[in-house]
Design a protein around this ligand. Structure first.
Ligand code: HEM
Length: 460
C-alpha cells in the first residue's frame, strides 16, 4: 500500500529514518523532508511509519467526511493520559464526545461570544497597562510570554470565572509551565514508540506525572470552588449543570475534569501563538501595519472600549491574522483515517483505519494553491475574491469536519480585538537582528520574540 509513497533516501534497518532527524523540532524537520519528497511522503521512526500529506488535492480529498474522519493518534493520543475522553482527545465513537459537543456548542454561539466580549476587553486592558509600563521604561516586550498571559487569563475568566493572576507574576504561572512540560513530553513520544519510550524517556515520564498531577489539582480546585459558589452561565456552569437537550444526560465529574483541562489548554496555547506570529509579521511589514492601523482608527474612531460588532468589522486585521495562521498554523497538523477501504486521490489505496497526517504549514504553502510566492506574507490573499477563486479545503488552521475546532470564533474574536487595541496604541519596532525561530511543543510559537514599542500620538 505504501510503495508509491517516497521516503527519505538513506533508510536504515531497525531505526528507519531517525538518523539526523531533529527531535526537538519534528514539524520543521518534516517540512524540510516534505519539500524534498513531494506532496505525500513517509518517514519511519524505529518501527513506526507515518504517512505525511501536504498537497492541496490530497488534503482536499482527506476532508471528505463521508470517507475520512479524525484519527486520534500521535500527539493527540499521547495527550489522553491528561485529557482522556475530553472533546479534543476523544475517539470518534466515544459517547462522551457527542454528549459534550452538544452540551458545550451553545457556549460558542454568537450570543455567547458577545457575552464574553466585555471580559475579553478587561483582560486586554491589563495587557495594555503592562505594555504601557514596559514602553515607558524603554524596555522591549516579551511577545509570546505576554500573549500567553493574556490568552490564559481570557479563557480562565470567560470559561471558568477564574483569575490566574498572570499579569501580577514575573514568571509564567505554574499551570503554564506544567502544560508546556506535558505538551513537550507528548511530542517527544511521537518519535520514540512505546517500548523504547519507557526506556529512553523514563525521567521525562516521571516529570510528566508531576506536571499532570499539578494540572489535575488546579482543575479540581477550580471545580470545587464553583460547586460551593455561583457561576455566571459560563462554560463551567454548562459542564456542571446543563443536561443534554434530547437525552437529559449530564457530564460525569471525571469527564468534567477532562473537559476543563482540555479547554484551559486548547483554549489559550494556540491563540497565544497566533497573536505572536501576527505581531511578528506586523512588525516586519510596516505597510501592512499602517493599513491595519488605518482601519482600526476608521472603524473604532475614538471610542475607549470598542463593542463586539466593532471587532467583527475589522476585516483587514482579520486578514492579517488569517495570513499569519496560513504561514504558521499554530496547531500545525491533524490526522485523518479511512472509514472504509478507499483510494486517496484515486492513487493511494488505504485500508479501513489507515491514516495520514496533514502538515498544515506546508499545505498552506503549496505553490499549486497559493502561487509561486507562497512563502511571502500577504494578507490580500484573504480578500473575498481571492478566497472564492481558491480550491476548497486548502486553508485548514482549525482542522476539518465534525472534529474541527469548536473555539474558532472565540479565538478569532479575541485575537482580532487584541490586535486592534495594540495597533491603535503602539507602533511596533522589531529587533533588526532577530530571525524568526519557531519553537515546537505540539503547537508552534515564535521563540524569544521581543518587540520595542512606541506610543502613538493621541489614540484613546
Ligand atoms: C480542535 C486549532 C483555539 C478548543 C482543534 C483542531 C485544530 C485546532 C487544528 C482540530 C485538531 C484535530 O483534528 O485533531 C486551533 C487554533 C486555535 C484554536 C489554531 C487558535 C488560533 C481554540 C480555542 C478553544 C479551542 C480558543 C476553546 C476555547 C478546541 C477543542 C477542540 C479543538 C475543544 C476539539 C474539538 C472536537 O474534536 O470536538 N483546534 N484551536 N481551540 N479546539 Fe482549537
Amino acid at each position: 500500500q505504501l510503495d508509491r509513497i517516497p521516503h527519505p533516501p538513506h533508510r536504515l534497518p531497525f531505526v528507519g529514518d531517525v538518523l539526523g532527524a531533529d527531535r526537538r523540532r519534528p514539524l520543521q524537520d518534516s517540512m524540510r523532508y516534505g519539500r524534498l519528497l513531494g506532496p505525500i511522503f513517509r518517514r519511519k521512526y524505529f518501527s513506526r511509519e507515518i504517512v505525511f500529506v501536504w498537497g492541496g488535492r490530497l488534503a482536499a480529498d482527506l476532508a471528505d467526511e463521508s470517507r475520512f474522519a479524525k484519527h486520534v493518534g500521535l500527539g493527540v493520543a499521547n495527550l489522553r493520559p491528561m485529557a482522556g475522553d475530553g472533546l479534543f482527545t476523544a475517539y470518534n465513537d466515544e459517547p462522551n464526545w457527542q454528549l459534550a459537543h452538544d452540551i458545550l456548542a451553545p457556549g460558542f454561539s454568537r450570543e455567547a461570544m458577545a457575552g464574553y466580549h466585555p471580559m475579553m476587553l478587561d483582560v486586554a486592558e491589563r495587557l495594555l497597562d503592562r505594555w504601557d509600563a514596559e514602553q515607558a521604561g524603554g524596555r522591549p516586550v516579551d511577545v509570546p510570554g505576554d500573549m500567553t498571559k493574556l490568552t490564559l487569563e481570557t479563557i480562565a475568566r470567560t470559561g471558568f470565572g477564574h483569575d490566574f493572576g498572570s499579569f501580577e507574576r514575573s514568571r509564567p504561572h505554574p499551570f503554564v509551565t506544567a502544560m508546556v512540560g506535558t505538551l513537550t513530553f507528548a511530542q517527544r513520544r511521537n518519535v520514540i514508540p512505546g517500548p523504547l519510550s519507557s526506556l529512553l524517556l523514563r525521567d521525562a515520564a516521571r516529570r510528566n506525572e508531576v506536571d499532570m498531577a499539578y494540572l489535575n489539582r488546579t482543575v479540581d480546585d477550580l471545580v470545587r470552588a464553583r460547586r460551593t459558589g455561583a457561576g455566571s452561565g459560563d462554560l463551567l456552569d454548562r459542564m456542571l449543570e446543563t443536561a443534554h437537550p434530547q437525552t437529559g444526560e449530564r457530564l460525569a465529574p471525571e469527564n468534567v475534569r477532562r473537559q476543563v483541562i482540555t479547554f484551559l489548554v486548547a483554549g489559550h496555547e494556540t491563540t497565544s501563538g497566533a497573536l505572536s506570529f501576527a505581531l511578528h509579521y506586523l512588525s516586519r511589514h510596516p505597510d501592512v501595519a499602517a493599513r491595519a492601523r488605518e482601519e482600526v482608527d476608521r472603524v473604532w474612531g475614538d471610542v475607549a472600549r470598542p463593542g463586539y460588532e466593532q471587532v467583527a468589522r475589522l476585516r483587514y486585521v482579520r486578514r492579517v491574522l488569517d495570513e499569519s495562521l496560513r504561514l504558521w498554523p499554530t496547531a500545525p497538523a491533524y490526522a485523518r483515517e479511512a472509514r472504509d477501504d478507499t483510494v486517496l486521490d484515486g492513487v493511494h489505496p488505504m485500508r479501513r483505519g489507515a491514516w495520514a497526517l496533514v502538515l498544515t504549514p506546508l499545505l498552506h504553502r503549496d505553490p499549486e494553491v497559493w502561487g509561486a510566492n507562497a512563502e511571502r506574507f500577504d494578507p490580500d490573499r484573504f480578500e473575498a475574491g481571492a478566497v472564492r477563486a481558491r480550491a476548497a479545503h486548502t486553508f485548514k488552521p482549525f482542522g476539518t469536519g465534525a472534529r474541527a475546532c469548536i473555539g474558532r470564533q472565540f479565538a478569532l474574536h479575541e485575537a482580532t480585538l487584541v490586535l486592534g487595541l495594540l495597533l491603535r496604541r503602539y507602533e511596533l519596532r522589531p529587533d533588526p537582528a532577530y530571525r524568526l525561530r519557531v519553537a515546537e511543543r505540539l503547537t508552534v510559537i515564535p521563540e524569544d520574540l521581543r518587540l520595542h514599542l512606541d506610543r502613538r500620538a493621541a489614540p484613546p
